[in-house]
Design a protein. Sequence first.
Length: 387
Amino acid sequence: MKPSRRPANPNFSSGPCAKRPGYSLAALQNALLGRSHRSKPGKARLKEVVDRSRNLLGIPKDYRLGIVPASDTGAVEMVLWSMLGARGVDALTWESFGEGWVTDIEKQLKIKDLRIMRAPYGQIPDLAQVDCDRDVVFPWNGTTSGGRIPNGDWIKSDRKGLTICDATSGVFAMDLPWEKLDVVTWSWQKVLGGEAAHGMLALSPRAIERLESYTPPWPLPKIFRMTSKGKLSEGIFKEETINTPSMLAVEDAIDSLKWAESVGGLKALRARSEGNLDAIAAWVERTDWVDFLVENPKIRSCTSVCLKIVAEGFDKLPVDQQWAQVKKIEALLDAEGVAYDIAGHRDAVPGLRIWCGATIERSDVEALLPWLDWAFAEAKTALPKAA
Ligand SMILES: Cc1ncc(COP(=O)(O)O)c(C=O)c1O
């Protein structure tokens, strides 16, 4: 039987993620459209994003924070291209995005002294093996597996290398140990439900020192360049973006930050996300066809919650049939207007992924869960049985 209650908001995609509760385009009516981003009011808007983000996240005063091109990917890649090569690199990967950074480091930048620390979907690498006197590149939250770094205890305070952290699906929903992180990147499109297009880049004093003291042997395109004549281009970390930003996306980011403040700041955002995970955990506990992809709760994400199907016979199906069943579940829920975009990432193992970041209401997660049971039962009957 179909459940009677539907989530009020069916948007459970892991990016772009659901807009904040109560969102309306009316919130953008004061956007500075048709004006220069270098005008006085334009710069004020850009500075507002930086200042509100810094305050909400409690970023140390001596860290620079700036808006950069090309979403989180742009922020990560400008750092890899600008900073790597000065010392050996430990690259941690346990899912698709970390793997993408490994490709950059190994195949594009061709860093010779590279240790790739890889773990399968559902796990993370052994953090005790990481050498923080080397540069360390890692996602904080692996969005496609739902495995996250539990804390910064493994990072030495007196490290010689730089810790370069892609935190795009963790920031605003998890505590980050800022003093242990030299580079942190994210995009507006994730936990706060903003728009993509621009990235945020936070740099520690040691990261800035690297930029000012090291010149990589490869060419740097203009959108990656953060220094001029050997000195940090300070303007990028105030309100002078490298190239033209979308002032509509900027206004949207301001709206999302104001919402985050209105619900109680970082602590409240975290609690919202953790509460959503709790709701799913209670259901997983009483449901026999499904389990978390990440078995260890200490490293289980509260934002990109990934589930595997453990019903008898499922693992015996060929992988394409497993995916077909997942896609069927997704399509059934889509057709009902109950949930969109909840199939696992194409690079992951077949399963479901439900975004539980701060813009998602717990009541919507709770309303979704009986529908998952319904869709699984329907999809199972519509597909061939395991041999
Ligand atoms: C961990 C991680 N890194 C990088 C990206 C790429 O982000 P963007 O498309 O905003 O550049 C994503 C997107 O989902 C992600 O989850």
